[in-house]
Design a protein around this ligand. Sequence first.
Ligand SMILES: Cc1ncc(COP(=O)(O)O)c(C=O)c1O
Length: 454
Amino acid sequence: MSILSILEPASVTTPRPTISRLATGSIPATVGSDLLVPLADGRVTDYANFDHGASAPCLESVRASVEAALPSYASVHRGNGYASRITTQWYERAREEVHAFVGARQDDQVIFTRQTTDALNLLAHAVPADATVIVFESEHHAALLPWPAERTVRLAAPSSQTDAVTKVADALRQAPDGPRLVVITGASNVTGEIFPIAEIAKVAKAHGARVCLDAAQLAPHRQVDIATLDVDWVALSGHKLYAPYGAGALIGRSDWLDAADPYLYGGGATHAVTDTTVVWATGSARHEGGSPNVIGAIALASACAAISKHRDAIEQHERSLLARLRTGLAQIDKVTTYSIFGADADRVGTVCFTVAGLTSTLVSAALSAEYGIGVRDGKFCAHPLVGHLLADSPEHGTAVRASLGLGTTREHVDRLVSAVRTLATTGPQSEYAETAHGCQPCDDPRDLKAPQIW
Ligand SMILES: Cc1ncc(COP(=O)(O)O)c(C=O)c1O
């Protein structure tokens, strides 16, 4: 397909229906799939979103749930009015939905947090003072950094899945007595590759360790089942799960959490307070101080329900698009793709690549300005891993990440492959310069100012 034919929608100035997504009938529709974006040559095209790994678009069904909740929106666990009673039930029902979504054990807690970063920091706050934490340096910073430095063992990025299990086993063998926690990502946010979670959990359990799974990237794309994987905690983010209303969750065992000080001191986290004493709540309330983000929890639960219902279709959709994308990029000489475990490793729909002769910033700027494609470039909040992956590519300090999901169509994939091929072969059409807003075409007629919406 030529670039010109790809850009044919440029002549369309009114938003188009979400034909490609609705036609499949089996994957949930996303809000904004008819978004038109300006190009540097003055045309417009529909947006090809390859940044699902950062934040995924909202599901239509999530928006509908939120809209349904708003007329009776009220306080949670704080009022006896009709609206409060309804809203409180939704909040607790959301907890049950998230619990079921990750196959949690009956006595596992669901604590609503802001996102994965908050969930992992909450767990770090509750880790016993004498615990040893074992974590790969390949983790996202949210999973790499919250643990006490003096009691954290950082493992080098694994070279294979077997190596990952071996490294954890070796570290546990050498760990001092006392509680141990292994923190492991489900799917790398840089390469999409899936870690051998169950195998690592098995080794961890054999050494009396607990496991926290960072499912920020895995849960939107694959089933996460706490009981089957035998992990102790799962952390996830609503905004990566097509529910961008500011809620995430930490799900898992309650003992360390109940033994820890409340995460936030304040109303809701208390059982009884006098002039001199405080009896803190146990269970999820202990760490949910303050008025909760009930709309975020409803949105997250609604997304969990939709994703669970369409799990197989979602996986099929993404696997087929990913195969198409990887095959297309593999045929471009100047493109290098990066991997932790090797080309055959199972992965979610994320590809990390560089283009010889072009900086990653330039590639992402040109994809946006000339083709209406949104990707991310940089080190993706995983600096040690990106440093490791690019060690043999001295030309590049950063990479491009294309992450697909429910907002992605075949046409988007073909457009991305074609655009990268053109960039690799003939370079960008415009001149680019570094500006305060990043790399931009020198002559850029696009109006990039956000419209006033309130
Ligand atoms: C693997 C992984 N873990 C944790 C996070 C942090 O997620 P959040 O920014 O939603 O807290 C991210 C975000 O990109 C991620 O990809």
